[in-house]
Write a protein that binds this ligand. Structure first.
Ligand SMILES: *Cc1c(COP(=O)(O)O)cnc(C)c1O
Length: 369
């Protein structure tokens, strides 16, 4: 494609600051904010966004994997970094790069302590993860006395944080379940305070927890998607600004007659003369094939146009009949004018998935001031 460079993901750091302040305004002044920057800061760019969050006042950062944390350390970011899914093989990297592992099972806890024992390292900081109902990762309440025994037997780690994760904080219909999770977390917290140490920070709320349950802030919250500009409902959405806008230009326009088809497998067939616009981005750029065949809409000249036919690797086609547009015109796939929710017209996915999948070959452009 001649104009492939026109495809870009604009990252608006002012919008990031705006969202950070929205999150902050929901919290008691003493509550710390952990900026979740896993998966290249939700597909934006991990380094620039991580630095900006620290500058805005995030006390901690969180990543999924050790390698992600190392990138921040290499850039000189000093705040504590929690690693949600650390690998034991990388223990020396955790130590060298001063990263805090989330510890959620006995195998990791015990192996970690044995290795620290061998290296004669004491007070190695960890956050313990509790399963309160997500049933993904974490110690159950019934495990806690064994966790205590294990901690005391080796006495090599220092529990500096205790956390759990909510399954459905953004869904009012599940408020009873969320309350059960809160109760379990509070029991786990009391156990640690009474039996192990009083000197740790507790954190439970993700973005949905922050925006929908004002009373569960504890010492810190883990803010992800809200920082990137997406909420659970129209009211939350109206407070936030999408940070990432995926834009491109119309590569070609053509009018096709009735009964002509578009794209692979001829999935679209014109019922009348139709104006087709081809965009120079496709599934290799992160626009999944699930969005083909009328499942998504983009914004051109302030009007919505549907994707027609199958999405190709490097291109996709739109029906722009009746829209006053020309080759070279700018198109917003999703972003500040046209959110990921509006793009994903038939709810094939969620904003998280859409924004984290914009591939590395799409140029990132940062907007500030
Ligand atoms: C990704 C993640 C978060 C952030 O969740 P959002 O819904 O994006 O705010 C918080 N905690 C854990 C454990 C996560 O994996």
């Amino acid at each position: 494609m001649p104009k492939i460079k026109e495809t870009r993901l604009e990252i608006d750091l002012k919008a990031l600051a705006h969202n950070f302040n929205v999150v902050k305004s929901q919290l008691p002044p003493s509550t710390q904010i952990m900026g979740v920057v896993k998966a290249f800061a939700y597909g934006t760019d991990s380094i620039v966004v991580g630095e900006k969050l620290v500058e805005l006042g995030a006390s901690h950062l969180a990543v999924a994997y050790i390698e992600e944390g190392m990138r921040f350390r290499r850039r000189g970011i000093k705040v504590p970094i929690l690693v949600f899914y650390p690998q034991l093989e990388d223990l020396s990297k955790l130590i060298k790069y001063n990263l805090i592992p989330s510890v959620y099972n006995f195998y990791f806890l015990e192996t970690l302590q044995k290795r620290l024992n061998r290296r004669k390292i004491n007070h190695f900081p960890i956050h313990i993860k509790i399963n309160t109902g997500m049933n993904r990762l974490g110690f159950d309440l019934e495990d806690l006395s064994m966790v205590k025994e294990n901690l005391l037997a080796y006495n090599r780690v220092k529990v500096v944080g205790l956390f759990s994760h909510l399954s459905a904080a953004g869904n009012e219909k599940e408020n009873d379940f969320t309350n059960q999770q809160l109760n379990k977390f509070s029991l786990a917290r009391s156990f640690f305070k009474n039996e192990i140490t009083t000197n740790f920070i507790s954190h439970l709320a993700n973005s949905s927890g922050i925006l929908s349950h004002s009373d569960i802030a504890y010492d810190m919250v883990r803010a992800g998607i809200a920082l990137y500009g997406y909420g659970n409902n129209a009211k939350e959405q109206s407070l936030l600004k999408p940070v990432a806008s995926l834009k491109t230009i119309i590569a070609q326009l053509r009018e096709i007659p009735k009964e002509a088809s578009v794209g692979y497998d001829r999935k679209f067939k014109a019922k009348q003369p139709t104006m087709i616009a081809t965009l120079p981005l496709g599934y290799a750029d992160g626009i999944s094939r699930i969005y083909g065949n009328g499942n998504a809409q983009v914004l051109i000249q302030g009007q919505k146009a549907s994707i027609v036919g199958n999405v190709c690797m490097d291109t996709l086609m739109l029906d722009v009949t009746g829209i006053n547009c020309k080759e070279g015109d700018e198109v917003e796939i999703f972003g500040q004018q046209h959110s990921a929710l509006a793009f994903d017209k038939n709810k094939q996915s969620i904003p998280y998935e859409l924004i984290t999948r914009i591939s590395r070959r799409v140029t990132r452009v940062f907007l500030d001031e």
